[in-house]
Design a protein around this ligand. Sequence first.
Ligand code: MEV
Length: 450
Amino acid sequence: MKQKEIITSFSKLSKEEKLQIISNYFTNSGEFLTELKGYHHPDPKKQKLFDEFSENTLTNYFIPYGIAPNFIIDGKVYHIPMVIEESSVVAAASNSAKFWTEKGGFHTEIISTEKIGQVHFIWHGNKEKLKTLMPDLKENLLFRTKHITSNMEQRGGGIIDIELVDMSDKMDDYYQLKASFNTVDSMGANFINSCLEEFATGLKEFLKTSPYFTEDEKRVEIIMSILSNYTPNCLIKVWVECELDELDNIDDELTGEEFAWKFEKAVRIAQIDVHRATTHNKGIFNGIDAVALATGNDFRAIEASGHTFASKDGRYRSLTDIEIKNNRFKYTLTVPLALGTVGGLTSLHPLVKKSLELLDNPDAKDLMRFAAATGLANNFGALKSLVTKGIQKGHMKMHLLNILNKFGADASEKQKAKKWFEDKKVTVKAVYEFLEKLRSHASGHSEVYS
Ligand code: MEV
């Protein structure tokens, strides 16, 4: 790899020029170009579409697009599209879906669908006066954003409220206009940010033109106007439940009741220990993120919100809760999910369109249900393994193909390896040794490995 230097105006170069420049850093630039171009879409029109999703695009980065079939969510069957690179996630979601299918499936309740945006500003003035004039300011701001909100209002959404938040006890002269929005089926980032920037201009004009403010009070410093990705009021609850004896067959050594109480302890640990809570919640987002990606949603925003919500009581904890009562096991996930089914990538990315079609073209609320159910499925699957046989057995089984690929195994070697490792522990070393023996003593060991 050659020494890098600053590249000026990289974004202005053509794609071919960018590829050439970057390839020159590689000792074998031809091989680099062939590799990257190998991932171009054969249809130039589609490739252009992918290129234009982002900036400075060189090629496409493949991640598996899979299906976790047979989810029953609120009584209806769904096959859930998931985009994820981790080998065991789709399998875990599918297994949990199957497990709960026989016990009534996943139940959901949308608690709220509100989003938040803020104009942060610094103002040296009489705050009581501003508080008194807030109803006028609000009316003014709602009026001046009509050109942005009218379409959204026709779809049943719009601005819900705008309030003045006094933050001057935290930072001198710091205030916010904090607005709540209903963006219906869109994630709504552009809508919210456009409204907020208009609010900022409106605030400046209101202060300048109102006769109630002194010369000094007519000046305001707008620091920034931006939506908040923390959406505690865009919230869904999803749960599974069954009789304790329906858990009897999970493990050879545990009755259903014993399993339930062991599971309960695992959940409580994730409620009191931050290290475990982080991994526990990560397992939930394995499912949620995969659905978000398959449906063209912003998984970073969703994760950020989820982790903040997990800390809402002042300490980071599990997003799930458990109840074992009257012989019943009930396991619940409550998570904020600001998802959209219109706008953004939803009408552009060909696979996103197919995902939404497969999900019967859901509205945002239904997509919240699907993503939350998948998150709970993945978490339940992880805990079920953790408190019984452990995670590695299943994990490494799913990882076997990756290890075989790493060692360049061909189809027949893969087939033999799968059979051989059916009842054995998969480790990188064990797979390596298996292939070594298979390759060096093919005939001598064929009996053992076939
Ligand atoms: C791995 O991607 C996710 C788990 O670590 C989640 C968990 O520990 O609950 C298995």
